[in-house]
Ligand binder design. Structure first.
Ligand SMILES: [Zn+2]
Length: 275
C-alpha cells in the first residue's frame, strides 16, 4: 500500500505530465470508484476542464482543474495511474480514463477495487469528508515537535498505532511508522501519552527525515510503461526494521523482532527501542 512518499512521487509525476492540459473527455467504467458522483456527473464535471496543478493532501492526490473543480484520488491498496497514448490498450482493471486533447490519456487501474475518486468544487475541498479531519502535513510548520508531543499526550494507544491514525499524523503507514520508531529508539508498544518531550522531539525529527529520504529515493519515470508508480517498494530495500524479522539490527546486531499490533506486523529492535 502506498504511503505518503509514494503518493508524493505519483503527485509530482502527474503534475509534470498533465498540468496545463485540457481534458477532452472522461469516462468512469466502475461506478464504485467514485460513489459520490454518478458516472454521468463524473464525465460531465471533468469534460472541457484544464488541469491547473496537482497537489497532495495526506495520501490523497488532488488534481485542481479550471471551472472550480478538483478531482480527488486515493490509491488505497492497488490503485495506480498509467499515462499512455490514446491508442494504447486499456488494462484488465481500468476503472476510469481521462483523455486529453493532445493525444494522451490517463488510465486508473485498480486490481483490488479499493481506490476512490471524487470530483468536488475546489472551494469545498477543506470540508470534504476524507480531508476535513486530517492532521497537518508532516513538512508543514503546523506539524511541529510540540504539536506531535501534545497530540500523542492525549492518546493511551500504543505509539505505533497512534502514528497510523491520520487525524494525528498524516501519511505514515506500516513501513514508515516502524522505521521512524526505530530511528528514534522508541518501543512500538509504548503508550503514546508516556512519550517524554525530548523523545517526541526526536520522533518528530525522524518522521520528517524518513519521509524525505523515501521521497528522494525515487526512480526515473518509465515512459515505456507509462506507469506512475515505479517507486513502490523501493524504500523496503533501505528499511532498517521493516520485514527484517530475525535479521541483525544495523545499529546493535540484535535480531529484529516482529509483533502484531492492530492486526498488522510491527518490526523493532528489542535492544535499541526502549519503552
Ligand atoms: Zn538494535
Amino acid at each position: 500500500m502506498p504511503e505518503l512518499p509514494e503518493v508524493e512521487i505519483v503527485t509530482r509525476r502527474l503534475h509534470s505530465l498533465i498540468a496545463g492540459k485540457t481534458i477532452a473527455k472522461a469516462r468512469l467504467y466502475r461506478a464504485g470508484l467514485s460513489p459520490e458522483n454518478t458516472p454521468r456527473q463524473f464525465q460531465s464535471l471533468l469534460k472541457a476542464t484544464t488541469v491547473r496543478e496537482v497537489t497532495r493532501r495526506g495520501k490523497h492526490i488532488l488534481a485542481h482543474l479550471s471551472r472550480n473543480r478538483t478531482l480527488i484520488t486515493h490509491l488505497r491498496m492497488t490503485g495506480r495511474f498509467l499515462y499512455v497514448a490514446e491508442d494504447a490498450n486499456h488494462t484488465t482493471h481500468t476503472h476510469a480514463v481521462i483523455w486529453f486533447d493532445d493525444g494522451m490519456k490517463l488510465l486508473f487501474d485498480d486490481q483490488r477495487h479499493f481506490g476512490l475518486m471524487m470530483v468536488v468544487r475546489t472551494e469545498e475541498l477543506d470540508r470534504v469528508k476524507p480531508l476535513a479531519k486530517l492532521a497537518p502535513e508532516p513538512f508543514s510548520n503546523a506539524f511541529s515537535p510540540r504539536y506531535l508531543h501534545e497530540t500523542l499526550a492525549r492518546s493511551r494507544q500504543p505509539i505505533k498505532l497512534a502514528l497510523l491514525d491520520q487525524t494525528k499524523v498524516v501519511g505514515l503507514g506500516n513501513i514508515y511508522a516502524a522505521e521512524a520508531l526505530h530511528r528514534a529508539r522508541i518501543h512500538p508498544r509504548l503508550p503514546a501519552d508516556k512519550l517524554s518531550r525530548p523523545r517526541a522531539e526526536s520522533l518528530h525529527r525522524e518522521i520528517v527525515a524518513v519521509l524525505r529520504e523515501a521521497i528522494a529515493n525515487d526512480a526515473a519515470f518509465d515512459v515505456e510503461s507509462g506507469d506512475l508508480d515505479t517507486s513502490y517498494g523501493r524504500y523496503e530495500n533501505l528499511a532498517r526494521v521493516y520485514e527484517r524479522e530475525g535479521q541483525p539490527c544495523h545499529t546493535c546486531g540484535k535480531p529484529i523482532r516482529r509483533v502484531t499490533q492492530g492486526g498488522r506486523s510491527t518490526y523493532f529492535c528489542p535492544r535499541c527501542q526502549r519503552r
